[in-house]
Design a protein around this ligand. Structure first.
Ligand SMILES: [Zn+2]
Length: 229
């Protein structure tokens, strides 16, 4: 059985990672257009770097939760038949042991050079404008997909969703495209669809089955049912 799992902010929130809050349109007190658009970076690169530098530093204070660990356990059983597609920019899936992870919105612990377009693992701050190790130009930006930019690896993701037998959405609002459209791709290709979320998402009626509650409870239960079956 081929499975694609889409994860969103909800799974990281249970580890204490602050998330964009739809209700008031703020992200850790910042308006999204002030920190998550190419225009904001052009206008105030230092302020944008400070925001992402702080979030990168804060990753050291959080740990993967039982939902992340359960998905890593599922990968041990399914191998290449499982792909985790995450909208999250933290590294909690990897730290739980998952290896087949696509970060469609980029990663905090990665830098993107605007000079040579290289992407590279990055742990330090970017706010002091360090030179790119590849080309030497001081044009490193957060390797995060901002509003108005195209998510990474869409061809690979859509191919995997199209070939999947089961598509599972965990901790996503169902409001942010293109990820919100993956369930329709899965349905068009005859896959079963399952939603595991704290509350019904905006797209909840598109799923054959939904279970509502904390990811840290629902995901280990679901994985245990698959692994023992
Ligand atoms: Zn470079």
């Amino acid at each position: 059985m081929k499975i694609v799992v889409l994860t969103g902010a909800g799974i990281s929130a249970e580890s204490g990672v602050p998330t964009f809050r739809d209700a008031d349109g703020l992200w850790e007190g910042h308006r999204v257009e002030d920190v998550a658009t190419p225009e904001a970076y052009e206008a105030r690169p230092s302020a944008v770097h400070r925001f992402y530098d702080a979030r990168r530093t804060a990753l050291s204070a959080v740990e993967p939760n039982p939902a992340h660990h359960a998905l890593a356990r599922l990968e041990e059983h399914l191998g290449d038949d499982l792909l985790v597609v995450t909208q999250n920019i933290d590294d909690l899936h990897e730290r739980a042991g998952s290896r087949r992870v696509v970060h469609m919105h980029g990663e905090l612990r990665s830098a993107l050079c605007r000079g040579c377009r290289s992407r590279m693992p990055w742990q330090a701050d970017l706010g002091d404008f360090p030179p790119c190790p590849r080309c030497g130009v001081s044009e490193l930006r957060p390797d995060v997909v901002w509003f108005g930019e195209i998510p990474y690896e869409m061809d690979r993701i859509l191919a995997a969703v199209g070939e999947s037998d089961l598509f599972v959405s965990i901790g996503t609002s169902g409001a942010v495209y293109p990820a919100a459209g993956f369930v329709q791709v899965a349905l068009l290709n005859g896959a079963r669809t399952l939603e595991l979320n704290l509350q019904p998402s905006e797209g909840t009626t598109l799923f054959h089955e939904h279970r509502h509650g904390p990811a840290g409870v629902l995901v280990p239960e679901w994985v245990a049912s698959l692994v023992t079956a």
